[in-house]
Design a protein around this ligand. Structure first.
Ligand SMILES: Nc1nc2c(ncn2[C@@H]2O[C@H](COP(=O)(O)OP(=O)(O)OP(=O)(O)O)[C@@H](O)[C@H]2O)c(=O)[nH]1
Ligand SMILES: [Mg+2]
Length: 197
């Protein structure tokens, strides 16, 4: 059984030549800046402040590679859609992300698209979802920050995520809270299934 608490941070990649060259599979976390990708990694590995968590969004500007129990790569992509990022910075990391997908696609076991359960998914979220579908990348949607909603608000919020991303019955949507580690086990078992396939 792969043990998530045996995770080590290996490197931050600023360019394609920094990407891992081994054959281990990749589990990728993608989503808007501030949605909680780094926090989700902290929750999964049971450590606080392991993956960098920023109060100011747009801080993860490199692709961070964590190796889980010598078994697969957990990949923290820089968040998109942060308005205050300069045009040149935005271009730099969107080309970094493009390069990542173009060169690593075959190794991606699954992509986890994090969305903020409180908000309608953005155009960028829809584009990321469609990209994964069109490329044949296995995708799971994680609706993060459920702790910020009341129980009776959650169903409608999840429904809005489903409708906006045009999820089909075969797609997986997991309500999650990185803050409270709600559904951590479910996310982990989904990831392990993808890696072991
Ligand atoms: N209440 C609550 N806050 C959360 C949750 N997940 C993340 N946050 C907060 O949201 C903010 C952004 O979290 P990050 O994990 O840095 O987000 P990110 O997606 O890695 O952001 P970038 O690195 O900029 O792309 C931080 O203040 C977190 O504490 C959650 O499940 N619940
Ligand atoms: Mg981050």
């Amino acid at each position: 059984m792969i043990n998530f608490t045996k995770t080590v941070f290996v490197k931050s990649a600023a360019k394609a030549s920094d990407f891992p060259t081994d054959e281990l599979k990749h589990i990728v976390l993608a989503g808007r800046s501030n949605v909680g990708k780094s926090s989700a990694i902290n929750s999964l590995v049971c450590r606080k402040n392991y993956a960098r968590v920023s109060a100011t969004p747009g801080k993860t500007v490199f692709i961070n590679f964590f190796k889980v129990d010598e078994s697969f790569w957990l990949v923290d992509l820089p968040g998109y859609g942060f308005a205050k990022t300069s045009e040149s910075e935005r271009k730099r990391f969107s080309s970094l992300i493009d390069e990542y997908f173009n060169t690593q696609k075959k190794k991606i076991a699954s992509l986890y698209l994090l969305v903020d359960v409180r908000h309608k998914p953005t155009q960028d979220d829809v584009a990321m979802f469609e990209y994964a579908k069109a490329t044949g990348i296995n995708i799971t949607v994680i609706a993060n920050k459920t702790d910020k909603l009341k129980k009776n608000e959650q169903d409608a919020a999840l429904q809005l995520v489903k409708e906006t991303l045009l999820l089909e019955d075969t797609d997986t949507l997991i309500p999650f809270s990185a803050e409270k580690s709600f559904n951590r086990d479910l996310v982990i078992s989904d990831m392990l299934k993808a890696v072991q396939k």
